[in-house]
Ligand binder design. Sequence first.
Ligand code: 5AD
Ligand code: FES
Length: 345
Amino acid sequence: MTKLIEKLLSTSDLTDNELRILIETDDKEAAELLRIRADETRQLHYGKKVFLRGLIEVSSYCRNDCLYCGIRRSNREAERYRLTRDQIMLCAENGYELGFRTFVMQGGEDSSFTDDFMCDVISELRKRYPDCAITLSLGERSYESYKRMKEAGADRYLLRHEAADEELYRSLHPSEMSLAHRKQCLYDLRSLGYQVGAGFMVGAPGQTTDHLIADLRFLQDLKPQMIGIGPFVPHHCTPFAEEKGGTLELTLRLLGILRLMFPKVLLPATTALGTIAPNGRELGLQTGCNVVMPNLSPVNVRKKYELYDNKICTGEEAAECRTCLQRRIEAAGYEVAIERGDCIN
Ligand code: 5AD
Ligand code: FES
């Protein structure tokens, strides 16, 4: 196991069989060595810096029906909201004062968020905060739409590929969605000059080691600037309510592997990781992660953006979350960086 980790550290690649061994091992010493090597690699490129992204959850309306997601259109119990232009601006204002230099507008696939609306919001943010990065996470849209939003001033786009294996992708999504289209969106975004984030859930129902290897291979092909992974967490109003969630150990193993395979990538310690273990995000930071994405959404809508059960930080004001996170980041041995935090690649 030690040999495999040292090989991954020096060559950033392993054969499928070697990856399989590393993904499946429950050896404690291997986990600790992987953690140490991932942390060294992250510190070599990014020091102890942790970049903050202010997450604005702009809409819980979604025309999609992904089987794992709490805001899927078939969930009649989900409470729906969408923020107005003014509400989004207020979140950003609040966030800027709290030291955020990246705003992430994330939402369900809401047809009310037209290109005109989004471009207006993006160009206003661009004008007011020239020193900030604007990130979008609004799902699948047309090439034209991605193009217009880029021209309006957006810098980055997060769109997890979710599963690079055809069959697994189909089992997690409704029949009208396709992996080919998902990938097309990601390649379109890249060709338009966005900094791109892809990623997947760990421990999704039916996911095997082979599927995870396919995810890693797809990421090697796409070469995204950011990779978002977190454990699958069941939501009680979805077809996957009774499924098992992803584990802390496997998620950390994959984070460590990702840091060694993609030494300079931006890697968030996700809210889902913090949801399955009280110190999940701290452990993520110690295993190669260098980004956290605290919530800037108005407190009265937070519980409504419920992708999975027991999501953390839904009762706190943005300022409380910010203070709490700073404390946690410093206690874990790292420091908050007040900057855009672009990928150094
Ligand atoms: N558990 C964990 N992550 C989830 N997501 C959606 N539903 C869940 C869930 N039940 C993730 C998806 C999506 C991102 C916004 O949230 O990977 O891309
Ligand atoms: Fe949100 Fe602690 S990070 S309350």
